[in-house]
Design a protein around this ligand. Structure first.
Ligand SMILES: Nc1ncnc2c1ncn2[C@@H]1O[C@H](COP(=O)(O)OP(=O)(O)OP(=O)(O)O)[C@@H](O)[C@H]1O
Length: 254
């Protein structure tokens, strides 16, 4: 079944009195991959964190505006735990738990109340989905920290997928990896299209152009982040509607 679209309507994120990003609106089509690009400090990570309410845990951080999953307004929901099951997140630095490979997957399942008898089958399914099963099936009880950086990142993606989310948020998932691992993770992300709705922060414009269906360009204006353009990938790169987008994509700004 096609996952729902993800829509942000006028989202603002403040830290104390300082706005990190204001009035950000975008729509990621169901099962599509959107790249979120823009110079450092324009609020991309803050925007991503506001979607699954990671920002709730930052003292002084306030979020306003609406987030919709399909037709449902999820920003008004009271319990972030259900939300985090629907919306998974992957970070720049692979951050597996200092546990065995299999326990990295059992742990979130146990936290979310999945019966013990179902956990290992779901773990195997997630490891297969990220192409790790064959590589690790003989050492599931060894520490996840013994895996290579690229394998650790795929394990972190599996850890997000094991909860069967509808949306996956990815914050520069390839940028801490060597070129070979980066390519493997990039191909994995492409393989997730159709099954998950994907929003990925990337500083790599060539990567955005290669794999994204749509692109949102953020910028800093008067000390605060904003969305300058959000459109189909070809439109943004070949016929940008905003001069900032044209300059940024041509490498002349940002
Ligand atoms: N926990 C925080 N407390 C206070 N200010 C913060 C916090 N996190 C981010 N900021 C500020 O919010 C603004 C946007 O930061 P954010 O990390 O969201 O931007 P970004 O576009 O993701 O940057 P980068 O590409 O460098 O990761 C910056 O001015 C930053 O200093």
């Amino acid at each position: 079944m096609m996952p729902p679209s993800l829509e942000l309507q006028g989202v603002c994120v403040h830290y104390g009195n300082q706005a990190a990003i204001e009035h950000a609106s975008l729509t990621v089509g169901g099962g599509e991959l959107m790249a979120l690009v823009g110079p450092s400090g324009c609020g991309k990570s803050s925007l991503l964190g506001s979607i699954n309410r990671m920002t709730d845990s930052i003292p002084g951080c306030r979020v306003s505006g609406r987030v919709l999953l399909g037709d449902e307004v999820i920003s008004a929901r009271r319990d972030p735990a259900t939300l985090r099951r629907q919306i998974g997140m992957v970070f720049q630095q692979p951050n597996p738990f200092p546990l065995s490979i299999i326990d990295n997957l059992r742990f979130p399942l146990s936290e979310h109340g999945v019966p013990r008898r179902d956990r290992d089958a779901l773990a195997e399914q997630a490891l297969r989905a990220v192409g790790l099963w064959e590589e690790v099936k003989g050492r599931l009880n060894q520490s996840a920290l013994g895996l290579s950086g690229g394998q650790q990142q795929r394990l972190c993606i599996a850890r997000a997928l094991v909860l069967e989310p509808q949306v996956l948020l990815l914050d520069e998932p390839c940028s801490a990896l060597d070129p070979v691992s980066s390519k493997v993770v990039e191909e994995l992300i492409v393989s997730l299209k159709g099954r998950y709705t994907l929003l990925m922060v990337t500083h790599n414009l060539a990567q955005a152009r290669r794999i994204a269906d749509s692109v949102t360009v953020c910028w800093v204006e008067a000390g605060c982040g904003c969305v300058v353009e959000s459109n189909g990938c070809r439109q943004v790169f070949e016929h940008p509607s905003h001069p900032i987008t044209a300059a940024y994509c041509a490498g002349e700004a940002g």
